[in-house]
Write a protein that binds this ligand. Structure first.
Ligand code: EPU
Length: 422
């Protein structure tokens, strides 16, 4: 296990290249199961989660090869295997994305239930409901979801739950519907850019989908899909994390290969906080000089403020001039970072699904523990600005979703080192 050792106090300045999107790449890799032909996917980041999905596709008889630094080729290989085992699924919840493609292409799927997660309960009832509506027999047995159907049939499906739409639920149902007989309408579909990108990837494979980017997706089933070549969108959460890195260090960062149009809600909040964010040539730029202003933030499905940037935003607001209220409407328990930020002298109180952040003038370096991917990023951001040394332990969480984050940060002036931990 590694840890990061960070000396706070450097102002970050310079250009950072944003990698391809993790959460768009993962379902596309799963979608490759829908065809017998190879799929070439470009702009895929080198991350632990991508390796886990490669291992799952290998367990399902296929192969994933890196043909260059950012390109992978997914080949189906032996198509008789339908089991995604617990050892792999328990490493990463996105593994559940193989459920829809396996069912549609191989008539049966056996996917381990992912189990608990540090950011809270993460049920998959909507995935199951959607696939049942398409005519599949879906049940849970010995810790596995089993789904079976000779040929799926198009249907009208309302895919909303208590917390709104589901990103990977929409992915699963949309992927399954591409090979169903007739038309499927998904109401309350997730509109996230990663879902839009998956829909375009499926179109490149020959799927017929309309309403992309809206909550009403219409999929006309086709007999078969073919291979394709496709370039993944930039990772909006990595880009957003670097916007917060620029803001918290009162720096001046230029993010290359970032999409401002995917970050509207974040940019709106940053403007209210008093941070300049703007497009200049090929880069999204962030410049900050003053102490952040306190603001209220509520996480929501896209195009609202993303839950995956809530922790990073909290790190910034912990230094705000005043009291901020941060409400989590996607994962009400996603606040593991509160106690760790308080170890760094922040003043944050959690009340249900809300955190009340009383801004302090400075943070103080400490030993802290990463609990999940985005919480780890928040602790790194806090470490960049805290007085003295911060040690962030268990950085394997961060390696799941950020490509070479310490190298990218060092290149713009951060003093951060990766060291082996006991
Ligand atoms: N939900 C249900 N039933 C379901 C599915 C979800 O009630 O069947 C609830 C969840 O409990 C949650 C809400 O619906 O309250 C939204 O969950 P969603 O299904 O959209 O989350 P997900 O698809 O499992 C993806 C991302 C997460 C990101 C969320 C929300 C991938 C691989 N994962 O998860 O990313 O936080 O959407 O935007 O796309 C991360 O990258 O760090 C990460 C956790």
């Amino acid at each position: 296990m590694d840890k990061f050792v960070i000396e706070g106090g450097s102002r970050l300045e310079g250009r950072v290249t944003i990698s391809g999107s993790k959460n768009a790449s993962l379902p596309m890799m799963a979608a490759s199961i829908l065809t017998d032909e190879p799929c070439i996917i470009r702009n895929v980041p080198r991350l632990a989660d991508i390796r886990t999905m490669s291992d799952i596709l290998a367990a399902l008889g296929g192969g994933v090869e890196r043909t260059d630094e950012t390109t992978i080729e997914c080949r189906p290989g032996d198509t008789s295997e339908v089991t995604a085992p617990y050892e792999l699924v328990s490493r990463m919840r996105a593994s559940v994305c193989v459920l829809g493609p396996l069912l549609a292409r191989r008539k049966k799927a056996r996917v381990s239930l992912p189990g608990g997660c540090v950011i809270g309960l993460r049920p998959i009832d909507l995935h199951m409901k959607g696939l049942r509506s398409l005519g599949a027999n879906v049940y849970v047995e010995h810790g596995y979801i089993i789904a079976e159907a000779d040929r799926l049939k198009g249907a009208e499906i309302y895919l909303g739950g208590a917390f709104g739409s589901s990103v990977t639920g929409t992915a699963n149902v949309m992927m399954a519907a591409t090979l169903a007989e007739g038309r499927t309408v998904i109401e309350n579909a997730a509109c996230e850019p990663e879902i839009q990108d998956l829909a375009r990837f499926l179109e490149a494979m020959g799927a017929r989908i309309s309403g992309i980017g809206t909550p009403r997706l219409v999929v006309e089933g086709v007999e078969e899909l073919g291979g394709c070549e496709y370039e993944v969108i930039p990772d909006r959460i990595e880009a957003g994390t670097f916007l917060f890195a620029g803001a918290i260090t009162r720096g001046d960062l230029h993010l290359v290969n970032a999409r401002l149009d995917h970050l509207r809600a974040v940019v709106d909040r940053l403007h209210r906080i008093g941070i300049a964010v703007y497009q200049k040539g090929d880069a999204v730029c962030v410049t900050a000089q003053d102490r952040p202003r306190a603001v209220d933030v509520t996480t929501l499905p896209y195009p609202g403020f993303p839950t995956d940037l809530q922790a990073q935003c909290m790190a910034l607001l912990s230094l705000g001039d005043g009291i901020s209220v941060l409400t989590e409407k996607i994962y009400p328990d996603r606040f593991m970072h509160v106690a760790e930020l308080n170890r760094m002298a922040a003043n944050i109180r959690k009340e249900g699904a809300t955190s009340i952040i009383i801004g302090v003038p400075e943070l103080s370096g400490a030993q802290v523990m990463a609990s999940d991917l985005r919480a780890s990023a928040a602790l790194v951001l806090a470490g960049l600005v805290a007085k003295g040394t911060t040690e962030v332990r268990r950085v394997y969480h961060i390696d799941r979703g950020y490509e070479r984050i310490e190298e990218k940060l060092r290149a713009v002036g951060a003093r951060i080192e990766r060291l082996p931990d006991k």
